[in-house]
Design a protein. Structure first.
Length: 277
């Protein structure tokens, strides 16, 4: 029994440290320039990481050569000190060298479960802006041929309803919506204005067999992976790190790359020639 527990723990620690790139490709009939998105969420720094390992991760993500970087929340959590928060945000600065970087809040970033917080929202947002990272909190931004929308986290009761958030958007533009938690997908689909939804939060369960319990008991629309729902595609990432303690026995630690390109034109029908004998 001890041997099995040791093996489970050792596997969980080594497996969560192996961070991989997950690639998706989407075609659209909307007018877009080929665009590469880099999306990651749930860093929960410094859980199981130090400055060197974070720098290595950022270097790996930067090498994907994205046009737009989207950070889907939970960079930090209740265990993060102010010094770690500032150092962690500063480590993301290389992502800003060749792309616009947008941040969307998660449910842990402002340490809601701590009575005495280690940093304030003003501290956090100041660090993000100093690193050149733009904050989208129930807001949208035009980035080339794509519109980016960032939703306030679902844990906060003050966030806008989907219809109000999307009301002024042009449905002819390709729109990417980032919501830390994969919820309210039906409202987004019904709006007809969202082409791609990106989320994290679930960690794909993180520890076996809890991921399967999420499917039954948790309020999330997509635990992991990709789902095409008519004109909207939803992608939920398992996150780039672990929460609570440094272990993962379900899913992978990953960052996501999405290539968006215009739909290939249908081949022209071949000319036929009638022959008479």
């Amino acid at each position: 029994m001890r041997g099995a527990a040791f093996s489970y723990t050792a596997y969980g620690y080594t497996h969560f440290q192996r961070r991989v790139e997950m690639d998706y490709a989407l075609e659209t009939d909307k007018k877009v320039s080929p665009t590469r998105l880099l999306f990651f969420s749930d860093l929960h720094y410094p859980n199981g990481m130090d400055g060197a390992s974070l720098t290595q991760l950022v270097d790996s993500m930067a090498r994907t050569d994205p046009d737009i970087v989207l950070i889907g929340g939970d960079l930090f959590d209740e265990q993060t000190s102010k010094a770690d928060m500032e150092q962690g945000v500063a480590s993301l600065r290389p992502l800003r060298e060749h792309a616009r970087v947008f941040y969307i809040y998660g449910n842990h970033d402002l340490q809601p479960k701590r009575r005495v917080k280690t940093y304030t929202q003003a501290d956090f947002e100041r660090a993000l802006r100093q690193a050149g990272i733009e904050i989208l909190n129930d807001e949208s931004a035009v980035c080339g041929s794509i519109t980016i929308v960032g939703r306030q986290d679902a844990a906060l009761k003050t966030r806008l309803e989907a219809a109000d958030l999307l009301d002024s958007l042009d449905p002819a533009r390709f729109t990417v919506l980032v919501d830390h938690q994969p919820v309210d997908t039906k409202a987004l689909l019904d709006s007809g204005k969202v082409d791609l939804m990106l989320s994290g939060h679930t960690h794909n369960g993180q520890l076996y067999p809890f991921g399967y319990l999420l499917d039954v008991y948790w309020n999330c629309d997509l635990r992991y992976g990709i789902n095409d729902e008519g004109r909207m595609t939803a992608i939920t990432s398992s996150g780039v790190n672990a929460w609570g303690f440094p272990a993962r026995t379900m899913g992978t630690s990953e960052y996501v790359v999405v290539d968006i390109k215009p739909q290939s034109p249908s081949p022209a029908p071949e000319n036929s020639t009638d022959r008479q004998s």
